[in-house]
Design a protein around this ligand. Structure first.
Ligand SMILES: *Cc1c(COP(=O)(O)O)cnc(C)c1O
Length: 382
């Protein structure tokens, strides 16, 4: 009998999404910055301790807002990992910024804080730590380097909602932080995101950039009697239908996180003996890094052929994937950025990583089957 196919990801719905969308529909409030947007923003401010949260239509948009807000000029340098999603770099390149790609740590695959100082020049403006897999970067060190060199910190916390570093929510530590609510993340609205503004001096300009460069937010609060064009901005806010959907997810965000952590732990236990045998390495969360189980990945030993493992999964109707092609080696990364040092860890680990299916509803039996297939795959001589 052919076994059932196991998907890589499946969006989890809480059950109230359509009710809240119907509510927005019947109220006739569909544009952005309406009641559901305010509910979501208030909830996120409360959960993260951030001064001001603005919903956006994606994390990419939140990062673009950050680049506008920090007034990035052509030639300004932005320190970031090469091992990340394209949006981390794109947002700054759109303003003429130059990504400076720094290597990652072996344990967390996060920006290696020990290498940041050597990448700083007179043009450096911003450090962008990316909290890979929802496991925090070494933020104390990063914040203190930023302070001593007068740099800003924008946390790419796309994968980091509901995770924390020494008790502080990811995204709430740097001057700015960005969340993603993309379908593939933990808490979702299809496309969606948020900008976390942690520096009170940046809030009023953030609202202006968000609302097409106008002071419409002040006007809505009755602080001015008309709204006008104040500075360069764009339309970064999502409509109310998306915020209504997101509200149904945020209400259940704690439960979603707990369920994902339980699945993550099951993989972690099932894979322990493969780690002991030296066949793979499991994810590592340093002390103080409370993760949100955004993903479960393994790093295969260098003598194992990753493509063979992926092919074995495919033959068994299990979808497993890898990422990222390091940005410094991609066509646009070469054109717009520069690599700092050899990036040896990035190059090595990005070739050895595979992600296992992780979604709410994945059963214990399915996880056992995945681990079983993985065990078979890695025992194939290559
Ligand atoms: C998902 C992701 C993004 C982009 O998020 P969108 O909401 O799809 O724009 C950016 N950075 C990282 C690290 C991501 O994982």
């Amino acid at each position: 009998m052919k076994e059932q196919r196991i998907r890589f990801n499946w969006p989890h719905m809480t059950g109230k999404e359509l009710n809240y969308i119907a509510e927005a529909h019947s109220k006739g409030i569909l544009a952005g910055n309406g009641p559901f947007t305010k509910l979501c923003q208030g909830w996120l401010e409360n959960q993260t301790g951030c001064d001001k949260v603005l919903l956006t239509h994606s994390c990419t948009a939140a990062l673009e807002m950050a680049a506008l807000l920090l007034d990035i000029q052509p030639g300004d340098e932005i320190i970031m990992p090469s091992y990340t999603f394209v949006s981390t770099a794109n947002a700054f390149v759109l303003r003429g910024g130059v990504p400076v790609f720094v290597d990652i740590r072996e344990d967390t695959l996060n920006l290696d804080e020990r290498l940041i100082k050597s990448a700083i020049t007179s043009r450096t403006r911003v450090i962008v730590p990316v909290h890979y897999a929802g496991i925090a970067c070494e933020m104390d060190t990063i914040m203190s380097i930023a302070k001593s060199f007068d740099l800003k910190v924008v946390e790419d916390s796309a994968q980091g909602a509901m995770a924390s570093y020494k008790g502080q929510a990811l995204g709430s530590i740097g001057q700015l932080g960005a969340f993603s609510f993309h379908e593939t993340k933990n808490v979702i609205s299809g496309e969606g995101g948020a900008l976390l503004v942690n520096d009170p001096d940046l809030i009023s300009r953030a609202e202006i950039i968000w609302e097409k460069g106008t002071d419409r937010s002040s006007f809505n609060r009755g602080e001015v009697d008309k709204y006008t064009w104040q500075e360069v901005g764009s339309s970064f806010l999502p409509g109310e239908l998306m915020a209504a959907f997101l509200w149904a997810q945020l209400e259940e965000a704690d439960r979603i996180t707990k369920k994902r952590i339980a699945i993550w732990h099951r993989y972690h236990e099932l894979l322990e003996d493969l780690e002991i045998k030296g066949i793979l390495r499991r994810p590592i969360a340093p002390d103080g890094c409370q993760y949100n189980a955004h993903m479960y990945y393994v790093l295969l030993a260098s003598e194992i052929d990753r493509q063979k493992v992926l092919d074995t999964f495919k033959r068994n109707d299990i979808l497993s994937v890898f990422h990222y092609v390091p940005l410094h080696s991609s066509p646009a990364g070469k054109r717009y950025g520069r690599a700092q040092g050899s990036l040896a860890v990035t190059i090595d680990l990005s070739k050895r990583l595979i992600r296992l299916p992780l979604w709410i509803g994945l059963t214990e039996q399915q996880q056992l089957r995945i681990v079983d297939v993985l065990k078979k795959a890695v025992s194939i001589p290559c």
